[in-house]
Write a protein that binds this ligand. Sequence first.
Ligand code: AMP
Length: 210
Amino acid sequence: MKLIMLGAPGAGKGTQAEILAKKLDVPTISTGNILRAAVKAGTPIGLKAKSFMDAGALVPDDVIIGIVAEALQGPECAKGYILDGVPRTIPQAEAMEEQGVQIDFAVDLEVDDDTIVERMSGRRTCPACGASYHVINNPPKQEGVCDQCGGALTIRADDAPETVKNRLDTYHKQTEPLIAFYQERGKLKTVANQPTIQATTAEIYKALGI
Ligand code: AMP
């Protein structure tokens, strides 16, 4: 199964992508995680991406298109994958089509803006492995410690309230048009926000027939 997770920042794409990846036994490709690792390592891509990320803007399409093309070549992607946070613009989606990337479905997680802002304020992430938590909805077993790798959890710099507003504006302007893009191709599965992570997962399974 080849899937794209669509939705606003903080809609739960990463969390649901990890759950789906385990269920389907395919890898998750998160451009956000790849970029954060590149920033941390100080690579040329990281140096280029940092100022955009800090401002809550999108990293230029050419950088992203290169990252995705490389990631999808990995042998672990042969039987499927889940794209988390990419494509985020129409040019990215078109470039992927031109590269022959054929997805089965784009899953759109619908969450209203007020809920997004509230969720981002409680988000904690592991800089070591990229795992994501929420202080109330999805707390780690031990406060401040990653369940998966034992890393110290942090608040992402771009989850600061002013940056969240920019990220939401960016989402509405540049990413939301992808909903119509995948609808036109008959690939769209819309999942309305549910009160819990488990309930949202159940809706996704239903939408995908798995
Ligand atoms: P995320 O973890 O998916 O919320 O991504 C964090 C930040 O990385 C975004 O706010 C963007 O600055 C950048 N980013 C991640 N994925 C993309 C993408 N597909 N296109 C452009 N920028 C991206």
